[in-house]
Every structure is written in C-alpha cells, then in structure tokens.
Design a protein around this ligand. Sequence first.
Ligand SMILES: C[S@@+](CC[C@H](N)C(=O)[O-])C[C@H]1O[C@@H](n2cnc3c(N)ncnc32)[C@H](O)[C@@H]1O
Length: 256
Amino acid sequence: MQTKKYPSVGKNKLQKFDDMCRFPNVFQYPFAALQEKGFEMKGHWNEWFFKNDHPVVLELGCGKGEYTVGLGRLFPDKNFIGIDIKGARMWSGAKQAIEDGLTNVAFLRTHIELIREFFALGEVSEIWITFPDPQMSKTNKRMTSTRFMQLYSEILKEGGLIHLKTDSPFLYTYTNAMIEANRFPVRVQTDDLYHSRLADEILSIQTFYEQQWLDRGLTIKYIRFACEPREAYVEPEIDIERDSYRSFNRSKRSIK
Ligand SMILES: C[S@@+](CC[C@H](N)C(=O)[O-])C[C@H]1O[C@@H](n2cnc3c(N)ncnc32)[C@H](O)[C@@H]1O
C-alpha cells in the first residue's frame, strides 16, 4: 500500500515545490549538477533568458521577492533576479511576476555564497540586500562583510552599486565601518528612511520582514554605495552594541 510520501511537508508546500519546477521564471540548480557541468546561463542571462541587453540587478536573500517584483514593475528597462535558498518563500514573487506578465523578472534558488557560479565577471549592475539577518556573532556569514564584498565585486560592473535596507542598528553600524575601512564611495544614506526625504517609490517598496519591523516601531536604515574591487579587503575592527530586540526568540519577534 502506498504510504504518504512526505509526512513532514505540508500539502501547500508540496504544491509550491511543484509550481517552482514548472515556473518558467525560476531557476533551481542542484549542487551536484552545478559541480558536474556548471550553470550554462552564466554570462548569458540577457542573451538567453531576458533577450535584451538591459542592466541586470540582483536582490540577495529576496525572501518573497517584493523588491525584485516591485523594481521589475517600476523599471521595464532593467532585468531583475531575486536570489534565495528558500523556495517556498520565493514562490510568492515568482507567481506574482508571472501573473503581472513581468518578462524582466526571474528567480534563482541557490546559496548566495555560490553566486560566482551563476554570474560572469561584470554581468551584474546593482545588488539589493533587503533585511538580511545581521549575523551578529558570525562576521563571515554577514552579507555586507568583506568576504561577501569580494564575491560581489567580481560579478559587479565597474562602479556597480550595492543597496542595503535594514532595521538593524548593528548591521548598519557594521556596514558603515566596513565601507569606511575599504574606502567605498557612499552615494546615499539615512538612518531613518521614513523620516527623511529619500522615501520615494523605490525606497518605499516594503518587504515582508520590513513590514514586521515597522509594526514594532523600528526605524529603517538605507545605504547605497559603490563596491569597488580592492587588492585586499579590510575587515573593520570595531565593537558594536548588539541589537537588544534580537535577543527575543523567533516567536516573540513574530516573524516566521
Ligand atoms: C530575514 S530574511 C529577509 C527576506 C526578505 N528580503 C524580506 O525582507 O522580507 C533573510 C532571507 O535571506 C535568505 N538567506 C539567508 N542566507 C542566505 C544564503 N546564504 N543564501 C541564500 N539565501 C539566504 C533566507 O532564506 C531568508 O529568506
């Protein structure tokens, strides 16, 4: 007799996995396949998928992909790719992009650490990092650490921009120190976006996590800087006060 195939996975999640395999705007690549033959579209996203020569913009740790889809709507003359390891979250953005007929939007399911396997040197014009975990104990896992800057600088075009939106005073302070230590040019920044004059239709796109943090009364910080290649990257030596609210456990933070 046939037993239930995936006892710990909800039906809804299974349906999403199925959809993700069928969605034409989603790329999921098992690590084994990547090791065996590499990613054939590396260096050819525009030619083979988007079929234009528009700038390619990434959203890293995109979750449900609110920025990827929102920017896709605002800028038909740019191509947007949301990247995350969690497929069930990404499903929402991929589905929305299909329903909206956004041919300039795609999603890639992978670890950000592998990004150089998917994009060629200089293939990317801008990177958005939206509400990443600040990783207060693990610099190496922090998405604005010099380890990641090195990866980003390899796929970014000269003068390529990084946008960070965060609720975290810790991550904002760290990122500023990292930028200063590496002399990256800052283009725009604010430690309170919605009380600044910067909150235009681009910066007012709100992600799932952002909405939760706003509901808790937190201020949103934003910084845009150019990630220039350096021979050696300097990790800032700085003691940063930890975000007190992050010592709550997940359920208390009410973000699932
Ligand atoms: C705090 S959530 C933010 C999601 C979304 N940007 C938002 O604001 O709602 C961080 C996201 O980054 C993804 N993520 C964290 N580390 C990652 C990694 N190394 N590679 C790929 N995705 C990662 C997680 O799966 C998660 O969806």
